[in-house]
Design a protein around this ligand. Structure first.
Ligand SMILES: Nc1ncnc2c1ncn2[C@@H]1O[C@H](COP(=O)(O)OP(=O)(O)OP(=O)(O)O)[C@@H](O)[C@H]1O
Ligand SMILES: [Mg+2]
Length: 285
């Protein structure tokens, strides 16, 4: 579901207070009881109900009556809190059009000091189960709602961008809050959707990026033509939340998978061929 800039703008300070209280209390309750919300916000019951009604009408919060009356933050509410914070910090001034939607993220253009990109991470409930196992996001046991898993994903992506930005072409990481990463906008398109003018040169460039990232201790983990962009002159690598450290126990396998995806694309589309062993030897050095 897209983020509604209009809804975000129409929020009043009391709405935000209730939304923030629900967020905080979700660390302790799967469904935050009405009573607890009332005590935390120190609003009257009718005020809390009125605010919750508004938030539910905007699909930012949902409610349950079983086993008791309780409330839960949903993605749009979490997105809204992140936008609120990023706006207050001055990172962004306006939300622009939707430019990409994937399995685990929605991407918007926005206005900061210049045009920027907002990536809203949405590690859904189902993939969260996998994420919990494979990425070690969550402390074992302990109640930790899935909305917060998206924050870990955003933090991880931001960290990779920070580590790499001075060395290879990745978006410049500008800010991060909750499940949202703010980064520079690449004026281009993913390479599955364009024809490269000099595929051999681009191929070399991308392998060079993989090599440098590896030297810096980072393996992308989801590299393919869908996560490489071309701006008319240069390639850029995007979409880093699933990166792993180079010394990860399955590092070599994950790296080989990344490299094979790149080789396959350039072979199928441009007839460039390079044995995987040679490419791996070059990347590992
Ligand atoms: N910095 C950027 N500048 C321009 N466009 C971007 C940028 N980041 C992402 N995009 C666009 O948004 C799309 C989706 O972004 P990204 O690949 O990061 O996430 P995703 O594919 O949705 O995530 P997942 O791999 O979990 O499905 C990209 O294909 C690209 O078109
Ligand atoms: Mg992607």
């Amino acid at each position: 579901m897209p983020v509604s800039a209009e809804n975000v703008r129409s929020l009043q300070p009391y709405d935000i207070r209730v939304l923030m209280a629900v967020e905080r209390l979700m660390r302790r309750y799967r469904w935050v009881p009405l009573d607890v919300l009332r005590q935390t916000t120190r609003f009257s019951e009718s005020e809390v109900r009125y605010r919750l009604g508004r938030l539910m009408a905007m699909d930012m919060v949902k409610s349950s009556t079983v086993p008791y009356e309780g409330y839960q933050l949903v993605f749009a509410g979490y997105d809204t809190l992140a936008l609120h914070t990023l706006t207050r910090r001055g990172t962004i001034r306006a939300l622009g059009p939707l430019i990409g939607e994937g399995k685990e993220a929605v991407v918007y253009e926005a206005l900061g000091f210049g045009p920027v990109v907002l990536k809203f991470h949405r590690v859904g409930q189902r993939s969260f189960q996998t994420a919990r196992r494979s990425r070690g996001y969550m402390p074992d046991g302990g109640h930790f709602p899935w909305v917060f898993a998206s924050t870990s994903s955003a933090k991880r992506e931001f960290e990779a961008l920070e580590r790499l930005v001075d060395e290879i072409r990745v978006p410049v990481p500008l800010d991060q809050n909750r499940n949202v990463v703010v980064m520079s906008l690449i004026e281009g398109t993913t390479i599955n959707r364009c024809t490269l003018p000099d595929p051999a040169e681009s191929f070399e460039q991308v392998l060079g990026f993989v090599e440098t990232a590896f030297r810096l201790g980072v393996i992308h983990g989801d590299l393919s033509e869908f996560n490489i962009m071309f701006d008319g002159e240069e390639c850029w690598v995007i979409d880093w939340p699933q990166w792993v450290e180079a010394d990860h126990p399955n590092g070599e396998e994950i790296l080989a998978h990344d490299v094979a995806n790149v080789l396959n694309h350039f072979e199928k589309k441009y007839g460039l061929s390079c044995p995987l062993e040679d490419a791996m030897a070059r990347v590992i050095g």
